[in-house]
Design a protein around this ligand. Structure first.
Ligand SMILES: [Zn+2]
Length: 249
C-alpha cells in the first residue's frame, strides 16, 4: 500500500478510537448517576418498610391505651357490682361489665392482628435491608469497575494522541489536508473501504476505472460521491500484506 494511504487508514483508526473513548468518557457522569439512582430506589424501599412498621407500632400503642381504659372501667364496675342494692342496679352493672369485656375482647383481637402484621413487617424490613446491603456492594463494585475503565480510557486517549502525532508528522501535508477536510465534512469518517466495486460507506457504485485504481492501493483517490479516501483490503490471504490479490466479485 502507498505509505501515505496506509498512514491515512491508520490515522482514521486512531481518530475513531479517540472518538469512541471520548464518547464513553462523556457518558460517564450519566452512568454514575444511574448507579446512585439504583441505590436510592432500594433505600426508599427500606424507608417505606420501616415507615409501615412504625405505623403498626403506633397503632398498637393506641389500642393498648384503649384496652387499659376499658380494663379500668371493668374493675370499677366489678366494685360497683359488689355494692348493688337492687336487682335492677345489678342488671345494669352486669350489662356494663359485659360491654366492657366485649370491648376488651375486640381490642385484644386487634392487638393480636397487629402483632402478626408486625412480624411480617419486621421480616420485610430485614429483607429490604439485606437487599440494600447487597446492592451497596454491587454498586461499589460497579463504581470501582467504572473508575478502572475511566483510567484505561484516559491513558488510551493519551496513547492515541501520541500515535496520532507520529502519523501526522510522517504524512504528506497535502494528503493530511484532504483527509482532515473530509473528516470534518463527513462526520468523523474520512476513509472508506472499496469492495465489490462499491464505496462501503456511502454505498455508491464506483466507476470501474476508479475501482481498478483503488485496487492497487497506490494513490490517494476519493469517492466521487462522498469524497472519502478509498482503500482496498485484499481478500483474506496468507499474511503477505503487499501481495496483489484478485478482486473478489
Ligand atoms: Zn463513498
Amino acid at each position: 500500500m502507498n505509505a501515505d494511504l496506509e498512514r491515512i487508514v491508520a490515522l482514521q483508526k486512531l481518530v475513531s478510537a479517540a472518538h469512541d473513548a471520548e464518547r464513553a468518557l462523556a457518558a460517564e457522569p450519566e452512568r454514575a448517576k444511574a448507579l446512585d439512582a439504583r441505590l436510592e430506589a432500594v433505600r426508599q424501599r427500606v424507608a417505606a418498610a420501616k415507615e409501615r412498621l412504625t405505623e403498626n407500632q403506633n397503632a398498637r400503642r393506641v389500642v393498648e391505651k384503649d384496652v387499659a381504659v376499658h380494663q379500668g372501667r371493668l374493675s370499677k364496675f366489678r366494685e360497683q357490682a359488689m355494692a348493688v342494692k337492687t336487682n335492677q342496679e345489678y342488671h345494669a352493672v352486669q350489662k356494663e361489665i359485659a360491654f366492657a369485656q366485649g370491648e376488651i375482647k375486640t381490642i385484644e383481637d386487634k392487638i393480636l392482628e397487629l402483632m402478626v402484621e408486625a412480624d411480617d413487617l419486621t421480616a420485610t424490613v430485614k429483607r429490604a435491608e439485606a437487599e440494600l446491603a447487597s446492592e451497596q456492594k454491587a454498586v461499589e463494585a460497579d463504581r470501582r469497575g467504572m473508575a478502572t475503565e475511566l483510567a484505561a480510557m484516559k491513558s488510551s486517549l493519551e496513547r492515541i494522541a501520541v500515535e496520532r502525532a507520529e502519523v501526522v508528522r510522517a504524512l504528506d501535508p497535502h494528503a493530511l489536508a484532504v483527509f482532515e477536510l473530509v473528516l470534518r465534512r463527513r462526520n468523523g469518517v474520512g476513509v472508506a473501504q472499496a469492495r465489490d466495486g462499491i464505496c462501503t460507506v456511502c454505498h455508491v457504485r464506483l466507476r470501474p476505472q476508479v475501482f481498478n485504481t483503488v485496487l492497487r492501493n497506490d494513490q490517494i483517490i476519493q469517492c466521487d460521491s462522498c469524497q472519502r479516501i478509498l482503500y482496498y483490503v485484499p481478500a483474506a490471504a496468507p499474511a503477505t500484506s503487499d501481495s496483489v490479490s484478485q478482486p473478489t466479485q
